[in-house]
Design a binder for this molecule. Structure first.
Ligand code: BT5
Length: 323
């Protein structure tokens, strides 16, 4: 707590030294205690100049996603205004789910620097090494029936793709239902979990993982050829803080569009990014694999597939491979 307060104070006075005496007076602690906190902050990557005569000055902050680093950058009205931050966690989705059950509000966000049990769909694993990427879960409480919850995934895919494009200038594609690709490789994945009654959603946990600064060799062997990161594609280290800021803005914007205008605008943007019409695909859904041509997604976000015999199938969940 005191670390955050000291940082806030130092940030408020970027170009001058703050004397140890003044800081110790403010927090009613000894000057030695202040010096200990400064030493600790240095171990976290904060570059703090210290002079016995003049005091302390913040030179540079590390690219960590703590609330005190993120909040000053935020331009959102409500998205991410409360951040639950963890150095390491099992899964941000699991934590957000618990918090939502305890009454956490719409827009509260769980962020972790690494996940021990990062989750994909159907119990799959999401590779989540520390301090390189983005792992976040947003609590949403939309007033929509459960059968429309897939649209939240589509909405979030559009928002994530927009954030990637705005931030990097690269052109991401969306692959139904929850992949964001760069150059045909997965750069981000979405995991949407709902808690609901038959006809009412209590909350949605929107989990987003974006690979930002992983180098090719850092990916595990299984995903090296199918996954990528923004750094790998752009050849430059990405500021995780700045990217997070841009992602939260896009999520707030697209969620508002979805709630105010319904699904049409979201689906239009989604179609533009997915270019799915007419693609030959193989879809695995509930243990069954179907081949055919993708016709479209319908107004609830389900995939419409035309099989060889000319019949159309409506698929609500599954994995798609382009063939
Ligand atoms: C997903 O599942 O793509 C959803 C991923 C959601 C991750 C976020 S991180 C924050 C939040 N908290 C969580 O616990 N999860 C969410 P799916 O479509 O099932 O894809 C999983 C597959 O993607 C794996 O089986 C791997 O093949 C591949 N994969 C695993 N880690 C990856 C990574 N870091 N980058 C790209 N591909 C990965």
């Amino acid at each position: 707590m005191m670390d955050e307060e000291i940082l806030r104070l130092l940030r408020e006075h970027p170009s001058v030294f703050l004397s140890g005496e003044e800081i110790s007076r403010r927090f009613k602690v000894t000057r030695t205690a202040v010096w200990k906190r400064v030493k600790h902050l240095r171990t976290l990557g904060y570059e703090i100049e210290a002079s016995t005569r003049s005091g302390y000055r913040l030179i540079r902050s590390p690219d960590v996603l703590t609330p005190s680093e993120i909040k000053p950058l935020l331009t959102t009205k409500w998205m991410g205004r409360t951040i639950h931050y963890f150095h390491t966690i099992d899964s941000t989705n699991s934590k957000a789910y618990q918090l939502a059950l305890q009454g956490a509000e719409e827009g509260e966000v769980v962020i972790a620097e690494s996940q021990m049990k990062g989750r994909g769909r159907l119990g799959r694993h999401w590779f989540s090494p520390p301090f390189l990427n983005l792992y976040l879960s947003v609590i949403l409480r939309p007033n929509i029936p459960p059968y429309r919850a897939s649209l939240i995934t589509l909405m979030a895919a559009v928002a994530t793709a927009d954030a990637i494009q705005k931030y990097s200038g690269l052109l991401p594609m969306i692959k139904w239902p929850n992949d964001i690709l760069l150059g045909g490789r997965k750069v981000a994945g979405l995991l949407n979990e709902i808690h609901s009654e038959m006809d009412r959603i209590h909350f949605v946990i929107l989990g987003i993982g974006v690979n930002l600064n992983m180098d090719g060799k850092m990916f595990s062997k299984e995903i090296r050829d199918v996954a990528t990161s923004l750094k790998r594609e752009r050849g430059q280290t990405i500021s995780r803080k700045a990217f997070l800021q841009s992602l939260l803005e896009e999520l707030e914007r697209w969620y508002a569009i979805f709630l105010q205008e319904g699904s049409a605008t979201v689906l239009e943007a989604w179609r533009e990014r997915a270019k799915i019409k007419g693609k030959r695909v193989k879809v695995t859904s509930f243990g069954e694999t179907l081949s055919g041509v993708a016709v479209d997604v319908d107004s609830d976000g389900a995939l419409i597939l035309e099989t060889k015999d000319g019949r159309q199938k409506r698929i609500v969940a599954g994995d798609v491979v382009y063939t």
